[in-house]
Design a protein around this ligand. Sequence first.
Ligand SMILES: *Cc1c(COP(=O)(O)O)cnc(C)c1O
Length: 414
Amino acid sequence: MSQHDLAHAHVRPRTAVLTRGFDPALSFGSARPAVFRSSTYVFSSPEAAERAFDIAGGRVEPAEGERPDLIYSRISHPNAEILEDQVVPLEPGARAAAVFNSGMAAIMTAFFTFARPNCSMVFTRPLYGGTMGLIHHFLEPFGVHCIPVAAGDMAGLDEAIRSARNLAIVYMETPANPTLIMTDIERSAEAASRHPDHPVMMVDNTFLGPAFQHPLLLGADLTLYSATKYLSGFSDMVAGVAIAKDPEMIRRILSNRVMFGNILQPDECWMLDGRLPTVALRMNRSSKNAQRIAEALHGHKRLSRVIYPTLFQDPEQKRIFDKQCAYPGGLFSMDFRGGKEAAFDFLRRIQIAKNAVSLGGVETLACHPKSTTHSPMSAEELATSGVTDGLVRVSVGIEDWRDLLADFEQALAG
Ligand SMILES: *Cc1c(COP(=O)(O)O)cnc(C)c1O
C-alpha cells in the first residue's frame, strides 16, 4: 500500500472506489488512470528482475509495502492492479480480487483452482448456461463428481453437502435465472463449514451484486461476477471478476490465470474501472424501475404470473429475500398465458426495450429463455427449473419507468 492508499484505507465503499488503488503520481499526475498498453516492462535492474520473478513465482514473499517491478502483461499490468484494488471495497468483506477477460473465464479459473480429479462439487440448478456447459462438458469428463440440487431446496442442499465425499466446491447462483428462486447463502455456508473437507463456497453474484447482496458477509469464500453485466453496465464489453475474503485464495487463482492467459486487457480494465463508481447508482435506478413495472403488470389478464422478489408468495422465499437482499434488483420475468406465441408477439411489439440476451445494462432488454439462453437444457431440467414456453425475462435499464411501462402495456395489448 502506498501512502496514498493508507490515507484512504478507512473510508466507506463508495468513496474507496474512487480513491483506492490509483496513485496519480504514477501517471504523470492525471486525475484518472492512464492506459498502460505495454506487453512487457523494463526492469529497474537485473536484481529487481530476479526479485520480481521470485515474488511472481511464489518463492519469496514481498515485503510490507514493496512494489516489485512489473514483468509481462499476461502476468499482470497496472490497469489490472488498479481495477483489482478499486473493485474490492464494492464487495463487503472482501480483501482481494482478480480480473478476467470474461465471467466464464473467472468461473472456469476458480473451478480449476479448487477442483481435483475425484473430488465432488455440489451446485444449485439452474445455473447460467455457460456454467452448466462447463460442468457437463469439462468438469464431469475430468473426473469431478457434480451433484445438482434444485435452487431454493435448502433441506436438499444441506443433505447433498453433508453426504458428499471429497467435497471441494459448493457453488450457487442466487437468485436463479430466470425464475429468481433464492437460495439461502448463510445456511449453505454453515453446512459447508461443518463439512470435514472444508469446501470452498462460491457464489455467482452477477444478478444482485455488488450493490444488493453480500455473500462474503454471509459466510461465502468467493464471489464471481460476469462484469459484462451490472459492473460495466453499458452492454459494450465482456469481463469477469473473482473476489475473496482470503487473499491467499486470490493468489492461487492468479497463479492459474498466468497459465491460462485470461487476464483482462488494459483497455478493458480502464473502461471497467471508470464504470465502478456508478454501479450502485445504476443498480438502484434499475431496481426501482423494475419494481414499479413488475408490480404494475402483476395481475395483467394476459399473464399467468409476474416473477419478482416483492411479489413472492412462498413464505420461505420471502424470508430468504428479506434476509439476504437489500433491494429486489432490476430483473423480472413474466409468464404469458398464451405460451410461446404470445411471448414472441410481445417481443416483436416492444419498441423501447430490445429483444436481446444479457442483462445489467442501462438499456432495457427482454428475451425468451426457453428458446435462447436455456435451449440446451433437457425437457426435465426445463420443467423443474420453471422455464416455461410463455416465460419472458426482462432486464430493466435506467430509462424513465413510465415510458417502459407504457411500452410493455402496448406490447401486451396488441
Ligand atoms: C453472463 C453470465 C455469466 C457469464 O459471463 P460472461 O461475461 O458472458 O462470460 C455467468 N453467470 C451469470 C449469472 C451471467 O449472467
